[in-house]
Each structure stands twice: as structure tokens, then as C-alpha cells.
Design a protein around this ligand. Structure first.
Ligand code: NAD
Ligand code: DAU
Length: 343
């Protein structure tokens, strides 16, 4: 099995690569990543010397680089690379359109040229928009993205389906709910909260904090992604959820409890513009077809995640100070980028 992974230096992509390398020692993994602020090669320190792992620095908008990096007889592309943070897309959508839309089309073209076996496209429950109190997003629900990030991810999905219909590309699309776990960049709610609290700082809560997200541990997500990659039907969309909806206040309450800290550490601030109230994916199809279910309860997952951040202060400090950028130079001889912004 030869797998070309995009965005493998990010949070979910690096978990996926660590899992593949450990579970399938004979699989060959090529990690293609631009190393934006969100890409951190130290996330892959445990596998970087494995004989079946290779890193290639490149941009998915660069068709020549892709053509050079995608090997012949490539069984699958697993496409994680994206600009992934909603707040950043509100401040500036351009990079989101470039990477998430143009980059996905460029990768689809390269996949076709290289006759890649399967294209696994990683999408998000946000493409369905904000759900009402009793509403569930199903695989055939209409798309209603409401942030620039979600709109760019919805556009990418359309391009993947178009490549399937027009050129017969073998693809599968996954839509996952909110992931959490180790190595998540501390701009997203839970790692931001944990890192702030460990530093004795308060946590910003947008609006009333009653928005609902369905939290899934990244290990559960990656188990599902591997099932879809190996056994999902071509041309299908699969939902992956944690089945553990929590309001943001409830989710933060679990973090406070794990750290034995009071509610006064939460500070309400003005709301995110266009803030989606609730996400809710129905993942019945994935469970019944692929015999997958999430296994890590939110409370246990939070305990583990808080412990991971507490025990990996070097990782956190390197990210927050920007020193993680030096990892590239020290380990790969690549100069750190000057344009990177840090949390
Ligand atoms: P992340 O921001 O942690 O990582 C993104 C990775 O993509 C980084 O390593 C970055 O360097 C790389 N990248 C960005 N632009 C690139 C480009 N032009 N070319 C090559 N590489 C590039 O993201 P994540 O949280 O790990 O999310 C991974 C994927 O999963 C994304 O497609 C995201 O939309 C999707 N997703 C995430 C969540 C979540 O909760 N985090 C939930 C559902 C879906
Ligand atoms: O649902 C899947 C999506 O989950 C992924 O596609 C995205 O890539 C990922 O970033 C995530 O999007 P969210 O906007 O849901 O995640 P975020 O961690 O940014 O915010 C979670 C909730 O917490 C949301 O309601 C906004 C709120 N929030 C967030 C931050 C960063 C706060 O209240 N305070 C904060 O400081």
C-alpha cells in the first residue's frame, strides 16, 4: 500500500500517519506538506526515521511539485491539507480559497495524471451549516456553508464529486465533527483553553457559550478514516462523529474539572460573526456499513488530553514562542519561514 498524504504535519494528518505507520509497517507513506504555521514536523518525531515514511515539502497549488512527489503506482491520496481555522477565514478568506479550493483541484488533476487508485477527501460537518435543535446533517442533506472556511470546504467537495462523475475518479469523502487530542495547534477552542489555563490565563468564550459541537477524539476519527480508505464504497460520503454533543461551556467545564480550576477562569467576549449555533452529524451509515463506532468518551478523552498538554510543555512552548519552526532547519535543513504567525 503506497499512500500519499497531504497536510500530514498538521493535527489530524500527523495522527493518521503515526497510526498508519504503526498499524501497517509495510505501507509506504509520503507526507506532502507546505508547512504553514499549522504544520509542525515535530508531531511526527516518533515516525520520521521509519524506513517507510518520507516527507516532501510542497504546496498543493503547485502542480509540478505534486507531479514530482506523487509516486507511480500510488494506491491512495489522503487529502488533509487545508486552511482549517474558522476565525482566520473571517479575518482573511484568500488563503482558504487558494489552498482549499484551487489546491484541491490541482491535487485532483495530479491524481488523475498519476492514475492514483483512490482519493480520500477529508471534509467537515461545517459544510452543512448551522443545525436547528432537532436537525441532523445526513450524507444527502443540502449544503449550507456559512463561514468562508466552510464555503471553501463545500466547494472542494463539489470539485471532488465532479472529478468522480466526469473522469471516473475513485473517491470517498469524509465529514468529521470537532476533533480534539494531542498535537492540536492552540488556536482551536480546547487546546487554547488547556494551554491558557496551564499558564494561569483565562479562556475567551464567544457570546453566550451555548453553541453545540460534537466532540470526537482524533484517534477515533483516524480509525474511521482508515476504515473508509480501505473499505468505503467509491463515490460515497461518510460522516464521522463523536456522538458526544456539548455546549462550549460544558466542554470547557470538563477542562476546568480536569485541572481543578473554577468557572471564573472563563471570560465571555463578543461573539464570532456568523457563529454557527449547532453542528450535528448523523453517522449511522458509517457505523452500520463499516462497523465503526467512537470508543473514547469525552470525559476520558479530555482527561488524557489535558495530561498530554501538561506533560508536553516543551511542545507547547515551542509552538507558542515560534521555536517549532526551527525543527525544520535542524532536522531537514530547511530554513524556518519568516511569515509564520504563532498562537
Ligand atoms: P491543521 O490546520 O492542523 O493542519 C493543516 C495542515 O495542512 C498543516 O500541516 C499545513 O501545513 C498543511 N497545509 C496547509 N496549506 C497547505 C498547502 N497549500 N499545501 C500543502 N500543505 C498545506 O488542520 P487539521 O485540524 O489537522 O485538519 C485537517 C483536515 O481535516 C482539514 O482538511 C480540515 O478541514 C479537516 N477537518 C478538521 C476538523 C478538526 O476538528 N480539526 C474537523 C473536520 C474536518
Ligand atoms: O466541526 C468541524 C470543524 O471544527 C473543523 O472543520 C474546523 O477545522 C475546526 O476548526 C472546528 O471548527 P470550530 O469553529 O467548531 O472550532 P473552534 O475550536 O474554532 O471553536 C469551537 C467552538 O468554540 C466554536 O463554537 C467557537 C468557540 N470558541 C472558539 C475559540 C477559538 C470560543 O468560544 N472561544 C475561542 O477562543
Amino acid at each position: 500500500m503506497r499512500i500519499f498524504v497531504t497536510g500530514g504535519a498538521g493535527f489530524i494528518g500527523s495522527q493518521f500517519i503515526r497510526d498508519i505507520i504503526h498499524r501497517f509497517p509495510s505501507a509506504e507513506v509520503i507526507n506532502f506538506d507546505k508547512l504553514t504555521y499549522a504544520g509542525n514536523l515535530s508531531n511526527l518525531a516518533s515516525v520520521e526515521s521509519a524506513p517507510n515514511y518520507r516527507f516532501y515539502r510542497g504546496d498543493i497549488c503547485d502542480s509540478e511539485a505534486l507531479f514530482e512527489a506523487i509516486p507511480r503506482e500510488c494506491d491512495a491520496i489522503v487529502h488533509f491539507a487545508a486552511e482549517s481555522h474558522v476565525d482566520r477565514s473571517i479575518h482573511g478568506a484568500r488563503e482558504f480559497v487558494l489552498t482549499n479550493v484551487l489546491g484541491t483541484q490541482t491535487l485532483l488533476d495530479a491524481a488523475r495524471a498519476r492514475k492514483v487508485g483512490r482519493f480520500l477527501h477529508i471534509s467537515t460537518d461545517e459544510v452543512g451549516g448551522s443545525m436547528g435543535p432537532d436537525q441532523w446533517l445526513r450524507e444527502d442533506s443540502p449544503l449550507d456553508p456559512r463561514s468562508p472556511y466552510a464555503a471553501s470546504k463545500a466547494a472542494a467537495e463539489h470539485l471532488v464529486r465532479a472529478a468522480g462523475a466526469t473522469f471516473g475518479l475513485d473517491y470517498a469523502i469524509t465529514r468529521t465533527s470537532n476533533n480534539y487530542g494531542p498535537f492540536q495547534f492552540p488556536e482551536k477552542l480546547l487546546p487554547l483553553a488547556i494551554c491558557n489555563l496551564l499558564d494561569g490565563q483565562t479562556v475567551p468564550v464567544y457570546g453566550d457559550g451555548l453553541q453545540v459541537r460534537d466532540w470526537i477524539h482524533v484517534e477515533d476519527n483516524c480509525r474511521a478514516l482508515i476504515e473508509v480508505l480501505l473499505s468505503g464504497r467509491a463515490g460515497q460520503t461518510y460522516h464521522i462523529g463523536g456522538g458526544q454533543p456539548r455546549t462550549n461551556r460544558e466542554a470547557l467545564g470538563a477542562v476546568l474539572e480536569a485541572l481543578n480550576m473554577p468557572e471564573t477562569m472563563l471570560t465571555h467576549i463578543s461573539d464570532r460573526p456568523g457563529h454557527d449555533r449547532r453542528y450535528a452529524v448523523d453517522f449511522t451509515k458509517t457505523s452500520s456499513e463499516l462497523h465503526w463506532a467512537p470508543e473514547i468518551s469525552f470525559e476520558r478523552g479530555i482527561q488524557r488530553t489535558v495530561r498530554w498538554y501538561a506533560e508536553n510543555r516543551d511542545w507547547v512552548n515551542a509552538v507558542r514562542s515560534g521555536h517549532y519552526l526551527n525543527y525544520y532547519r535542524e532536522h531537514y535543513g530547511i530554513a524556518p519561514r519568516t511569515e509564520a504567525r504563532v498562537a
